[in-house]
Design a binder for this molecule. Sequence first.
Ligand SMILES: *Cc1c(COP(=O)(O)O)cnc(C)c1O
Length: 234
Amino acid sequence: MTSIAENVANVRRQIRQAALACGRDPERITLCAATKTNGPAAIQAAIAAGVDCCGENRVQEMVQKMEAGAYHGAPLHFIGHLQTNKVRQVVGKVELIQSAGRRNLLEALEKEADRQGIRQKILLEVNIGREASKSGFLPEELLAELPEFGKYPHLFAVGLMAIPPAAAYPGENLHFFQEMSQLFVDISREKYDNVTMAQLSMGMSGDYLEAIACGSTMVRLGTAIFGPRNDHPA
Ligand SMILES: *Cc1c(COP(=O)(O)O)cnc(C)c1O
């Protein structure tokens, strides 16, 4: 069995090297543990080893693990596909919803945050690979949506998130990361209500070092921390 503590320490070293290699401050890169399929003990081991936050994919799995105290000690993010009929179980329960990638979801999130009287932080998910199977705004859709953000006073969009297509070889996704970085910079230069560009969430176990080289501020790692998905069943 792999040691989660060793994996986290190794990942931190790699993040540090990748950041320093491109003149960036390693402290400014958030390490989010992608916890899907992993049980509370494994998640607690990752938190003890110093991951900055946890990201969960499925609402029901998240609710069960929350009840088991799995995320105690670290902020929780939602990073998976979110159906509008499940927003009530997520809004106000997590620090950040990273997967806000369609207008009807924004409307449902706004309505629920308003009902709770809170302001929910979100990331805007971008379908940078233009894949039919993936959710997220196309870049031009997002740029058209941003001037309308005044209508979401109970949401605070604090950055962008992307899941590029699975890479067949190292470096294949570099141009997607570069495009995301450019979009992030372009949006940062504009002023939109309820929007600020603080976090650029991109990079998973197979490509996080490339993502950091392109300006990622948050990597979401599952297998690099926990090993293969069935090592620590929930
Ligand atoms: C599973 C998952 C990850 C992590 O994937 P790994 O390849 O195991 O690092 C990151 N982001 C999202 C949205 C995920 O669902």
